[in-house]
Each structure stands twice: as structure tokens, then as C-alpha cells.
Design a protein around this ligand. Structure first.
Ligand SMILES: NC(=O)c1ccc[n+]([C@@H]2O[C@H](COP(=O)([O-])OP(=O)(O)OC[C@H]3O[C@@H](n4cnc5c(N)ncnc54)[C@H](O)[C@@H]3O)[C@@H](O)[C@H]2O)c1
Length: 282
């Protein structure tokens, strides 16, 4: 989707961090923007701030784990601005803990937001977008979706699933002859409020687990704090994501240091027995 000016964008998780930066960047490029977040008060502040800069922006409180709320978000987008050309499925949370110790509710919460949030978004919006002449879906995954790290089993599982869903969606759209493209955003450490995801812990799940939701593994905590010092800025991640959308590139990997690690990680896969002659890769 080369031209963004005048098009309609929807962004989930837009009250903070990368989603907020995507909202800023989309508005600055002349898009009409629907910003959505479970933090209803903050999302209204974001919408008001962007409108004060002259942008056309609507804020819609939305919990992406609830399919009815995501369907309402799609309806509201259509009634305000028409069906969107750019769908940014970005809302996400993190909970740290060794895989066999992490509280079951924390597992469910991370999968609910990071995976079911995407599924609800795809199911609510794609039927409205698939036959249009242009369109793009931006899925925020993570480098944690390419390589698992200790103490981040739930997060990593959800982000690997996000990449798998994005890849399948791209193929579904291609085989359906749709003009809609897909980009999967894989940021490395980025200076956001993700390390305070616990603020979005739903009341319905009761008290948060003892010990909180910070990365549990001491070595990961150290690595986390060390990497935070040279973390990327959300504005740079958002700009790279939109560049990939405009170039219709599937991958938007903003942490280039992942390359050699990924090559080493995948070497046994790449050098294993080849697929039988003529077989489809899937
Ligand atoms: N910060 C990083 O280092 C990093 C790295 C890779 C990927 N990511 C991904 O980027 C995305 C954005 O995270 P961020 O780093 O900007 O964190 P953030 O905490 O600053 O922003 C996340 C936003 O999602 C919202 N949210 C949480 N639960 C929600 C729900 N159920 N429904 C709707 N909104 C909800 C929060 O209110 C918040 O506004 C996430 O998918 C995250 O996994 C972040």
C-alpha cells in the first residue's frame, strides 16, 4: 500500500509504546486513525492530543480478548471513516516465569491478548477488507517469536504463533486473489511500558500471581536490564513498520543483531534433509 495519505488505519494497543508511535506516525502521514486500547481513559487522551494537531482520530476503548468488543471496533471504524485500509494488530502483554512455574492464569492472559487478540482482529476486520482494492495488515510480533528465551515461555509461544498466523494469513490472501498484504513486525527491545504489563492484568482474573509478572529468570532479568540501555525508540520502530507496509514487505525486523543468532539457530533446520522434489513448502 504505497499511499497512506487519506487512508484509514485502526491500531490496537495504541495508548502506549509502539502502538502510540504507530498512531502518531499514521496521523502525521495524513491517515484517518481509529485508536483502540483496553485503557479507556488513556486512549481518549491520545485521541484528543492527536486531534489537537489537526488529525482525524477516534478513540475506542477495546479489550482485544473480547470478540464482541473487537467486532464493535470494526463497526465503529466503518461508521466513522469507512472500512480500514491499514489494520495494526499491536496490543500485547508480557509475563515472565519459568514455563512449568508460571501461573496458569498468566499463561491464559498472555495467550488471550497476544494470540486471541490477533485472531479476533482477523475475524472481525478481514471480511470487510478482503475484497477491497488495497489494504494491509500489520501484526506486531517480536524477535521473541523467532527465538525463545528463558523465562519467557508464554510470551515466546504467543509471538511464534503470531508469526505463524501472519504467514498463513498472507498465503490465504494471496490464494484468494486479494490485494491485501501482510507485514509482521519483529522489534527487539524497545523503550515502552511493556515491562509494566501488569497494569493491564484484568480484575476478572483475581489478584496477580505472587512475585509479579516481571521476567522470572535471573539471567534474563540481567539481560533485559542490560538491553534496555540500548533499547530502540518506539518512533523508529513505527517508522520502520510503515516503511515495510508501503514497500509491501512481509518482514519488518527492526533488531538487525538477530541475523547471526537466527542463522546459527536455524542451521540444523536448513541443513537437514531437503523437502521431496516438487513438494510445496507447507
Ligand atoms: N517493548 C518491547 O521491547 C517489544 C519488543 C517486541 C515486541 N513488542 C510488542 O509490541 C507491542 C506493543 O507493546 P509495547 O512494547 O508498546 O508495550 P506497552 O505496554 O507500552 O503498550 C501495550 C499497549 O497494549 C495495551 N493492552 C494490553 N492489554 C490489552 C487488551 N487486552 N486489549 C487492548 N489493549 C491492550 C496496553 O494498555 C498498552 O497501551 C506488543 O505486542 C509487544 O509484545 C514489544
Amino acid at each position: 500500500m504505497k499511499e497512506l495519505d487519506g487512508r484509514v488505519a485502526v491500531i490496537t494497543g495504541a495508548a502506549s509504546g509502539i502502538g502510540r508511535a504507530l498512531a502518531d506516525e499514521c496521523a502525521a502521514r495524513g491517515m484517518r486513525v481509529v485508536v483502540a486500547d483496553v485503557d479507556g481513559a488513556r486512549i481518549e487522551e491520545v485521541a484528543t492530543e492527536l486531534r489537537s494537531r489537526g488529525a482525524q482520530v477516534v478513540g475506542v476503548p477495546t479489550d482485544v480478548t473480547d470478540p464482541a468488543q473487537v467486532e464493535r471496533l470494526a463497526d465503529r471504524t466503518s461508521s466513522e471513516f469507512g472500512d480500514p485500509q491499514l489494520l495494526c494488530l499491536n496490543a500485547g502483554v508480557a509475563a515472565g516465569g519459568v514455563a512449568w512455574e508460571l501461573d496458569e492464569r498468566a499463561w491464559r492472559w498472555v495467550i488471550d491478548v497476544n494470540l486471541w487478540g490477533l485472531i479476533h482482529g482477523v475475524r472481525a476486520f478481514l471480511p470487510r477488507m478482503v475484497d477491497e482494492e488495497e489494504g494491509h495488515v500489520l501484526v506486531t510480533a517480536s524477535i521473541g517469536g523467532l527465538i525463545g528465551s528463558p523465562g519467557m515461555g508464554a510470551y515466546s509461544a504467543s509471538k511464534h504463533a503470531a508469526i505463524g498466523l501472519a504467514e498463513s494469513l498472507r498465503e490465504d490472501l494471496r490464494l484468494a486473489g486479494s490485494a491485501v498484504g501482510v507485514t509482521v513486525l519483529c522489534p527487539g527491545f524497545t523503550r515502552t511500558r511493556m515491562n509494566d504489563s501488569a497494569r493491564s492484568w484484568p480484575d476478572a482474573l483475581g489478584a496477580p500471581p505472587d512475585g509479579g509478572l516481571a521476567p522470572g529468570h535471573p539471567r534474563l532479568r540481567e539481560a533485559f536490564l542490560a538491553r534496555m540501555t540500548d533499547a530502540a525508540e518506539p518512533v523508529d520502530v513505527a517508522a520502520a513498520a510503515l516503511q515495510a507496509v508501503q514497500a509491501r514487505e512481509f518482514w519488518a525486523v527492526t533488531d538487525r543483531e538477530i541475523g547471526p543468532r537466527l542463522a546459527a539457530h536455524l542451521a540444523p533446520v536448513l541443513h537437514g534433509p531437503p523437502c521431496p522434489e516438487g513438494a510445496e513448502p507447507w
